[in-house]
Write a protein that binds this ligand. Sequence first.
Ligand code: FE
Length: 229
Amino acid sequence: MNSASLHKISYGLYVVTSGQDGKFNGQIANAMFQVTSNPATLAISINKENYTHELIKLSRKFVVSILSKATPMTFIGLFGFKSGRDVNKLQNVKTKTGITNVPIILENTVSYIEAEVEKEMDCGTHTIFVGKIVDCDLISDAEPMTYSYYQKVKGGKSPKTAPTYSKEEPAAVKNAAFRYTCSVCGYVYDEALGDPDNGIAPGTKFDDLPDSWTCPVCGADKAKFEKEN
Ligand code: FE
């Protein structure tokens, strides 16, 4: 079996939020698709270990916010590599509520879809939730992020709980001279690409990064990075 074949599947990058009674959380998801148009329904695949999974089970509703191509890695890191059991991810993020009362992310969002769970399928490590779409709207006319753009251009990885997680994810830019991997989240600092979201120009050597620089995804400091051979 050649798992590289699976890396050819196209995905987007979304924040799925859920919860009720003042307990809310959001997480990054890449597996989401519209199932039917009449009535309009939507499916998402969520890892059972995630706090958001627990909240969807409880509240039976969720919101998908579709992220724009320009979404900074720090924002993706907040929702993708931190657990809502440890931090209140929504605390400093601009949101609004709609029909479901679940927070709708307004930052870096192209559009959003509110849904109420109608069916779910136990898939081992994940549950597929199928929701009836109860409302949706556009937030901006920016281009949506694709998972491939996130991986290739932004150097992004999947956390272990993603449906697409693989130990052998395609390298961002294989031919670049020096790359350093965050041992906490797997983010790759590529000297050729720099970290433009945080003012680090392409071509900046890892050793020349300021000591105050931290992993743009999980916030780990420079000492947590390992040089790739
Ligand atoms: Fe990291």
